[in-house]
Write a protein that binds this ligand. Sequence first.
Ligand code: GLA
Length: 403
Amino acid sequence: MAMTHTNDMARLQDRFNHKFGRSEHEVFAFFAPGRVNLIGEHTDVTGGLVFPCGITQGTWLLIRRTYNHQYQFASTNFDLMAQLEQSEISQTYGDNWINYPLGVLDQFAQKGVALDGFDCLFSGNVPNGAGLSSSASVEVVTAFALNTLLNTGFSLLDLVKMSQAAEKEFVGMQCGIMDQFAVAMAKRDHAIKLDCSTLEHRQVPMNLDGISIVVSNTNQRRELNESAYNNRVAECTRAFEILHEALGIKQLGELLPEQLDAHESLFDSDLIALKRARHVCTENARVRAAVPALESGDIDKFGQLMNESHDSLRDLYEVSSDPLNQLVRLAREQRGVLGSRLTGAGFGGCTVSLVQTTDVPAFEASVAMGYTQATGLTADFYIMSAGDGVQQLHLDAPLQTGT
Ligand code: GLA
């Protein structure tokens, strides 16, 4: 299944008018991409390093102010449409995707911004719950749109932080800043090396001559994702508490692998915390090595580090799953594959592989077959290119972004 649709603005406008009716108030259009993380997984929450890029798939938003304190949320991806009064927007809306835009509205309200109603139509082509940040793209596109329509003057970084806070406070996922940052700041043909402690970042050109970024979707139903994710965060906090006095570190992300080796005994019987800490510090070391490898054209090295990253996520951070491991195993058996790993939070979702472009058709055919044999599931494959971050679109122009 290819990621399809959405790039027809006229059709989206028709859907908007059909759902919400016409009014004298202007409709505006925005887009935010999803992201694929190349390396640096489960490091952001501890103030570590990550290396994601935006993708050309994402979320489109058509939005109009209502000025009557009524809010309507609809999506071309789901049937449900929510109609809310002013008094209802500060409460969560069941376990529904509407909590993402609601969480963002709540952040604006917390900052004292007066809200007086919006009609919002979302349309996305990032697969949901697949580790490609469909939720961050909804949050960031909403935050960027509100900032524009209300003229609130928040910086892009403010909007990133507000989107992350929306996810933490409203949705309850104790996420790091990587997804919202990448979705907002992405640049075409670049990946972002981000230090999640200082937010210092650098756009790194993706010189992937003849090599494709292939994302493979397990299509595994993800369960207990939020609670398992939050548990890992708590275990990292435990590891930090065990180490910080002895090492004088302010965040677990500062820990070096050799420091952990020297202080292993402090962990006593908390072997889980030790494993989590080992993943975090070795993964940060891998990002430090991977970025210069990519810049110097040593893609083999980059691929090898991706492989090590997966093995660490599987064995030490324990966020992989059998379908993910099968996809990675099969990928590594194919000709022209430089590296393959799970991407995103894990517990299902997608893998990312670097594959020689000429070998991609054979890769897809062979991995698809082996995967179905091994798991009974059907994988999807997407060839990704690094796309731009959040932006306003012009409704009368043909849509430029997306595939
Ligand atoms: C999710 C979170 C991110 C990050 C990744 C794992 O996508 O939202 O903050 O922790 O998992 O790297």
